[in-house]
Design a protein around this ligand. Structure first.
Ligand SMILES: Nc1ncnc2c1ncn2[C@@H]1O[C@H](COP(=O)(O)OP(=O)(O)OP(=O)(O)O)[C@@H](O)[C@H]1O
Length: 235
């Protein structure tokens, strides 16, 4: 059966001045999959992510979303086309409560509908207790969960997660894993970069390994573990 891709990165190049960050990287993200990108520091993961999200333009190559070329689209356009994202460093409003943070980005909903959707997401993520906390009061790990809830307010079909597991304790990491699997079961596609190998190898259907701006390996976690190229570049 033909594979149903939602996202395609085709031969993307990007340099900063003379420094090459991506050197012809290509990858595919299957619909309703959990797909991860790993790689050593400086291998181009953040650059790739920012290009997919529309915050950076590729120098060459293309990004296709549902078959449509979005290489030159703005972050707002990408978002309108169903791509949500979380950030490595929280972008929550510190002077709003958690509920207000969620409601603030609702689009095309009445206040009542926005609150209802936000409450549903807080319940799904088991953080209703945070509802009235100020953004500034949240711990780093709580911010990660609220960021996920906020991205889900716009009902994306693809979620880009920038290091969702970094710097949080294993118990919370496991909770986030459960939630991401729950979202995938609802049909969402999840695409993320992270360094936490235990989790990445445990949760991903498919993995891409970047080194020096190129994909040096891809496959399921067992194939990645067994890859000699990956061991040399990464482990
Ligand atoms: N704004 C920038 N200006 C100049 N060079 C940059 C810039 N951003 C990234 N780079 C360089 O591009 C290369 C790829 O960086 P990138 O941040 O995409 O890698 P990464 O895999 O996400 O790294 P890390 O795991 O450390 O976050 C690195 O050599 C980096 O120093």
């Amino acid at each position: 059966m033909a594979r149903d891709n939602i996202l395609l990165v085709d031969s993307v190049h990007k340099s900063y001045g003379g420094r090459v960050a991506l050197n012809g990287a290509s990858l595919e993200v299957a619909k309703s999959s959990i797909t991860g990108v790993i790689g050593p520091n400086g291998s181009g993961k953040s650059t790739l992510f920012n290009i997919v999200a529309g915050s950076l333009r590729p120098d060459a190559g293309h990004i296709l979303l549902n078959g449509r070329d979005v290489s030159q689209a703005s972050p707002a356009d990408i978002c309108r086309q169903g791509v949500g994202r979380t950030f490595q460093i929280s972008r929550l409003f510190s002077e709003l409560t958690v509920l207000e943070n969620l409601v603030a980005i609702a689009h095309g909903l009445s206040d009542h509908e926005a609150v209802e959707r936000a409450m549903g997401l807080l319940e799904f993520l088991e953080i209703t207790g945070l509802r009235d906390k100020w953004g500034r009061e949240l711990s780093y790990g709580q911010c990660k969960l609220v960021e996920i809830a906020r991205a889900l307010m716009l009902q994306p079909t693809v979620m880009l997660l920038d290091e969702p597991f970094a710097g949080i304790n294993p118990r919370l990491q496991n909770r986030i894993v459960d939630h991401l699997q729950g979202l995938r079961e609802r049909g969402l596609t999840l695409f993320f970069i992270d360094h936490e190998m235990r989790i990445v190898l445990g949760i991903c259907d498919e993995l891409y390994v970047l080194a020096e701006g190129q994909v040096i390996a891809n496959g399921d976690p067992a194939e990645i573990r067994a890859s000699q190229a990956v061991r040399e570049a990464y482990f």
